[in-house]
Design a protein around this ligand. Structure first.
Ligand code: PLP
Length: 429
């Protein structure tokens, strides 16, 4: 069981008060706060081990190399990489997805197909759009009325030309948890590879890539208690071995001549230049922290919070309040995305803005909602959440989004709904 109030004590930022009141942080899908244990691991590295890795034949460098590589092993263990897979350290999930799209796609030919979904974050969309220049065709799985992936449609989209299926594990807007094992099986039966965007799942639930059966998976350290600037690309070694390096430079080579070079082994082949050593060490400390809590417990805690949010929504009947995402908690992560009243579509908003007219429909613009909640120190995200195609599908330019994590308690959810109620009342006047 998770005790949010005890956990909160590990996070120095929560001892800060703004205008004399505590911070209610509900923007965890964007980034999470950092526990003391993570910050201390980074400080300890700087105070006692700072040096460049892999190349130094002296004690500090050997120790730093050891810390870096042990961090990799720890992260690999956390996601169940097994002996056939590895983790390449990258900056974030975005870089991981770009790496796969750019380098795996060298195998693709004009007319080959990549299947994505309507709920993808731009990070798992735009890198694949680049491939259209070489004639690759993008296809999209849409949503059911229950905000889940339309699996029947996926079946019909798969063809002998499908080479990649790349889907998010959990939607950062709807909170939908996708049936990734089934998707992977369908992709493989069709001889396509399965790329998983784990940015919103690895921090929040048990994720085991070997059980899921994905070929690649992207995730970000800063969304799982770790520092910014470090993330991972899990990949099957046999694929990575045959892929071209993403960037050239130091570390990623074995031997270099004037005209050509040979590549280092995987994963170093994909880690050109001095890596984010302290980032990897901080991420490893974050993994220890989460492992200690137990990922099953993390998931049940968030399930309880989102369940409570949906309950309050139904009980309070705040005029105009509507939320987006599955009501079935088995397939719902801890993300509560909502609007108050009708919000214009993005196209309409742009059109009116170009005419100098600000319209809000009869609703309260999500930016105004976020600003209003901020008065009570409630931090939520508002905007398109880097998922513009999904916003178009919802028929709105933007939404507000509260996203929960281990240090949020039921009281935080209550404060969120108090804030929403106050906001609605204030605007109704
Ligand atoms: C589902 C999903 N994928 C990818 C990303 C990109 O993560 P990052 O900005 O850390 O690269 C995000 C970030 O919000 C996300 O929610």
């Amino acid at each position: 069981m998770i005790n949010a109030l005890t956990i909160k004590k590990d996070f120095p930022i929560f001892s800060r008060k703004i205008d004399g009141r505590p911070i209610i942080y509900l923007d965890n899908a964007a980034t999470t706060q950092k526990p003391r244990q993570v910050v201390e691991a980074i400080v300890n590295y700087y105070y006692n081990f700072n040096s460049n890795i892999h190349r130094g034949i002296y004690r500090l460098s050997e120790e730093a190399t050891d810390l870096y590589e042990k961090s990799r092993e720890n992260v690999e263990g956390f996601i169940g990489a097994g002996k056939d897979g590895t983790v390449v350290f990258v900056r974030n999930a975005t870089e991981a997805l770009n790496l796969v799209a750019a380098e795996y796609s060298r195998n693709l030919e004009p007319g080959d197909e990549v299947i994505l979904s309507t709920m993808e974050h731009h990070s798992n969309l735009v890198p694949w759009q680049f491939l259209q220049e070489k004639g690759v065709v993008l296809k999209f799985v849409d949503l059911t009325p229950d905000w889940e992936l339309n699996m029947d449609q996926l079946e019909t989209l798969l063809t002998p030309r499908t080479k990649v299926v790349s889907i998010t594990h959990v939607s950062n807007v709807l909170g939908t948890i996708n049936p990734v094992k089934e998707i992977g099986k369908m992709a493989h039966e069709n001889s396509a590879i399965f790329v998983l965007d784990g940015a919103q799942s690895v921090p929040h639930m048990p994720v085991d890539v070997s059980t899921i059966g994905c070929d690649f998976m992207a995730f970000s350290g800063h969304k799982m208690l770790g520092p910014s600037g470090i993330g991972g690309l899990y990949g099957r070694k046999d694929y990575l071995d045959h892929m071209h390096p993403y960037m050239g430079g130091g570390e990623m080579i074995k031997q270099v001549w004037k005209e050509h070079a040979t590549w280092n082994d995987v994963p170093q082949k994909f880690e050109a230049g001095t890596p984010n050593i302290e980032g990897a060490i901080g991420l490893s400390a974050a993994v220890d922290y989460l492992r200690n809590l137990g990922m099953e417990n993390v998931r049940s805690h968030e399930r309880e919070l989102i369940g409570y949010a949906l309950e309050l929504e139904e009980d309070l009947k705040i005029p105009g309040l509507r939320s987006y995402g599955p009501r079935n908690l088995d397939v719902r992560g801890g993300v509560y995305t909502f609007n108050i009243g009708d919000i214009p579509t993005f196209d309409l908003e742009m059109e009116m803005m170009s005419r100098g007219i600000r319209i809000t429909g009869n609703g309260i613009h999500p930016h105004d909602v976020a600003q209003s909640l901020d008065r009570d120190n409630i931090a939520v995200r508002s905007g398109h959440h880097c998922a513009m195609p999904l916003m178009n599908e919802l028929g709105v330019a933007a939404t507000s989004r509260a996203s929960f994590y281990i240090y949020n308690a039921r009281e935080d959810v209550e404060k969120l709904f108090d804030g929403i109620r106050m906001t609605e009342r204030a605007y109704a006047k």
